[in-house]
Design a protein around this ligand. Structure first.
Ligand code: SF4
Ligand code: SF4
Length: 316
């Protein structure tokens, strides 16, 4: 696979980045062995950057994938901490559970924060401290906001941005796909490394996966794209697509006919409402004492699953 420079970071990786969210307990719930085998397959096929987060619960999967692996493998994780002490604990835990002395990228997990540099100023300060301690190589921001991409593009301490973009603009919280694309281009021109997320809007664009990936990869300033992958067939097809040769139409026909959905075991829902504010797409409501889903607004991100104390929501 070709290699791309991630902005001015000095990192050079393949543009296909392994997004681990779907492997973990918020979605498919694969074991560390099953998930690790898939990550290892991708690494051995040329993928180099693995994207995870404190929230995803996939450090055991990554650790398993890396056992005995001698090739290049970079790790980007995220902390959703609201204060410095918790951010430090998240980074220390990632280092310990991943068996690393330094994490390549740590993002402020700011998906739904409109003003991450105000709301997470203490977290940024802590991540920068840990960078001087040699525990983090690069600090980044993951976000669903165009305004936050613009702020990060101008921020001297942010080196990598992980923005949400897809051709329908699903999940962008303050504008259109075109406006997000402009903000991404401006940030890349300022030297930021950009790898995008949610090119398929959490599975909503699966039927047009090839065109949807091509849209994001064609955008000026996008260096790479994190993709969640749940089978060797899917990994091989994506590697083919991100490389020169493409992949067989028959493989893609099978992949593009898959359907994903949010499964809510509503017979167990007690209507506590804890999942409702976790969804900034406003796709969840309490109706007659139970949670109800507006499927048209759902991007299958799985954040509501993390908020449910009874583990009754899952992306399947
Ligand atoms: S309902 Fe859940 S999975 Fe769907 S967009 Fe909202 S938080 Fe994400
Ligand atoms: S958090 Fe869980 S139990 Fe509470 S309303 Fe949502 S789905 Fe139901």
């Amino acid at each position: 696979m070709k290699k791309v420079a991630l902005g001015s970071t000095g990192i050079v990786v393949s543009p296909l980045i392994f997004g681990t969210l779907p492997l973990g307990p918020l979605q498919a719930g694969l074991s560390a062995q099953e998930g690790g085998r898939l990550i290892r397959h991708a690494l051995e096929s040329g993928v180099q950057l693995i994207d995870t987060a404190e929230l995803y619960g996939t450090y055991p999967h990554i650790r398993h994938a890396l056992e005995g692996y001698r090739g290049d493998a970079l790790i980007a994780t995220k902390t959703h901490a609201a204060d410095g002490a918790t951010a430090r604990a998240h980074v220390e835990r990632a280092l310990r559970e991943l068996g690393r002395e330094c994490l390549d990228i740590v993002h402020i997990h700011g998906a739904r924060l409109q003003n991450p540099f105000v709301d997470r100023s203490e977290v940024l300060e802590t991540l920068l401290e840990m960078k001087t301690e040699g525990k983090i190589a690069h600090v980044g921001l993951s976000t669903h906001y165009i305004s936050a991409v613009r702020m990060a593009g101008d921020h001297p301490d942010i080196e990598v941005i992980h923005p949400l973009i897809n051709r329908n603009g699903m999940g962008i919280l303050d504008g259109t796909a075109g406006q997000m694309a402009e903000a991404i281009d401006a940030a890349a021109c300022a030297g930021k490394g950009i790898y995008a997320m949610k090119a398929l809007a959490g599975g909503n664009l699966i039927e047009s996966a090839r065109e949807s990936f091509a849209y994001v990869l064609s955008l000026a300033g996008v260096h790479g794209l994190a993709v969640g992958m749940l089978s060797e067939q899917e990994i091989d097809a994506n590697i083919g697509l991100f490389s020169e040769g493409g992949a067989p139409d028959t493989d893609w026909a099978a992949l593009e006919s898959r359907r994903r959905r949010l499964k809510i075991m509503d017979q167990f829902c007690k209507g506590c409402g804890a999942c409702v504010p976790a969804c900034t797409n406003h796709a969840l409501h309490i109706v007659d004492g139970k949670v109800a889903l507006d499927e048209a607004e759902c991007i299958l991100c799985g954040y509501c699953a993390a908020a449910c104390p009874d583990f009754i929501i899952r992306v399947v």
